[in-house]
Design a protein around this ligand. Sequence first.
Ligand SMILES: [Zn+2]
Ligand SMILES: [Zn+2]
Length: 274
Amino acid sequence: MRVTFYGTRGSIPVPDPDFVEFGGNTSCILVTFSTGRVAILDAGTGIRKLGNDLLAASHEQYSEMIIGFSHTHWDHIQGFPFFKLANDPRRNITLAICGKGRGSKDLKSVFATQMQFDYFPVPLDKIGAQLTFWQPDLTEFVHPMGIEIVASKHNHPGGAYGYRITEGDKTLVYCTDVEHGDGLDKNVVALSRNADLLIHDAQYTPDELKERKGWGHSSWEQAAEVAERAGAKKLALFHHDPEHSDNFLFEVELKVQKTFPMAFYAREGMTIEL
Ligand SMILES: [Zn+2]
Ligand SMILES: [Zn+2]
């Protein structure tokens, strides 16, 4: 399994010169399985380049693909209308949120609203590709691609889902937009158990977190504690605050590595082989 970060930023894109190393695009990750099949996690602004790269790699290979969403806050869906593969009628794209406890939110209506004329010139039903909206009430299942998925809901305004994705003996855990509250969320620790790579929300410093209770995010300290307790092999700190420049993150990264040596801030364009 291979993981490539196309969007690492939280909340809003930051195309400023001081944000080039860690990246300015919002949440989007490409997962490539051993078969060459791919899955995408979240469709923040990073999905624009991701789509261009897939098209450049092979035009035909990616006729079927899945985009799994942690949740549908703006920074996790805003790139979707600019995903070129979605404009191609030969492609079948499944947009999915998996897991129990979802509210009344209908995924199709979220994207249809996003592409109303008030916000975007092309409506959802004219985008081109065949879109399937999939919201299974499942917490553990094997996807037809042969990938084991565990989905777990966590605390975030409106709710969000973490995913444990296993192919063979390799496990990726994607857990962003999570607020632990007092103490760590035990379900997040369980979801992350022995992960080869844990991608965890680390938007704030511990001091910032004290000021931002209820905003739905974690500190780097909490992310490192989850990784430590869960026995994760590597920790990618993710969903960087839009006010945290490269210099700031370089400094904090050194601090985090004293707590959990295999931690790093995810960088846009970075690829990790599991
Ligand atoms: Zn977010
Ligand atoms: Zn969110």
